[in-house]
Design a binder for this molecule. Sequence first.
Ligand SMILES: NC(=O)c1ccc[n+]([C@@H]2O[C@H](COP(=O)([O-])OP(=O)(O)OC[C@H]3O[C@@H](n4cnc5c(N)ncnc54)[C@H](OP(=O)(O)O)[C@@H]3O)[C@@H](O)[C@H]2O)c1
Length: 323
Amino acid sequence: MKIAITGANGFAGSNFAHYFKSLGYEVTGIVRPQADLSLLDSNLDIQVTDYNSKEELKRVLKGVDVLIHNAGAVRTHTFMQMVEANVGTTRRVMEAFNAMSEGKRFIYISSQAASHPTKDMELAREEDSPNPVDWYGKSKLLAEKIIQTECAKEWVIVRPCSIYGPGEKDFYQVFKAVQKGINFHIGRKPQYMNLIYVRELAQFLELCVVKENAAGEIFFASDGEIYTQQEFMNLIAEILEVKTIEIAVPVSLAKAAFYAGEAFERITGKTTLLNKQKMKEIIDVIWLCSIEKAKRLLGWNPQPDLKGHLSETINWYKEHNWL
Ligand SMILES: NC(=O)c1ccc[n+]([C@@H]2O[C@H](COP(=O)([O-])OP(=O)(O)OC[C@H]3O[C@@H](n4cnc5c(N)ncnc54)[C@H](OP(=O)(O)O)[C@@H]3O)[C@@H](O)[C@H]2O)c1
């Protein structure tokens, strides 16, 4: 079976590509012309394409049975840029795949952010009314709607929670801070979250590839545990064997930092982790989801091992001189 993965050079895409290749699937990684290929094994089949050209997309999708559309933007300067990256690109990729006679299944990597934040620690379910809070979540939801109404192939929508693992660049900032002895969190309340290790998510995707009854369904993907940010940072400190100073940043100060980051982005034209959109996603909101549907329909049976997976991630960061 031939599997193609868009955005294959990114953090998740490269891990998916290596995982499916290791299982013996024929794998094609689809990337943009200027893509940084440093996370990819040199023996992987890489197809460089222009995502704006349907003909180009059809060329790289030739012979593909399952397409994992993983390419997507997390940070942009404007809502229109976010829509273009996550909705426009998805539509063009889907339309090209629709036109391929051999293509069987289209798997879309959406996000937990397309659903809704948690109220009273209740877990979000796939059938709940969505209520995304930021541009990113809104764009992912729009892309989901297009797939549900216009995809001519079997489709599966996967909504991962926060993903961590080798090559990840946002949580990586947390690892670096802990290594420097800083253990920070916003406010005094515990910040609850779901997590999934990138290899676990690849295993989840394999179920979406092979299970007949995955077709036409939306699934949250997590390892099923509820963690706190504190627990996450404490474990990193334990593995790195560093003593940390705990800094509880008051919510008002954190908000000021997000606004300052937004101003910095406007002035420099760069996108960072500190901006108003990110603030909406993390301050005063908790994101928790249920994986009951995936357990029931896909037989998803995660084996959570946060310490083991963080150790593997840290080893990778060290081997690649990131830490
Ligand atoms: N990381 C998480 O915690 C998380 C959680 C839930 C869902 N997701 C989703 O998982 C997917 C992969 O995320 P990631 O964390 O691996 O991000 P990443 O490392 O930034 O990789 C994103 C990939 O998408 C490509 N891409 C971005 N904008 C594009 C556009 N406009 N047209 C075509 N390709 C574009 C990038 O290409 P270039 O390298 O050329 O820029 C890169 O290959 C995304 O769809 C994301 O929304 C991520």
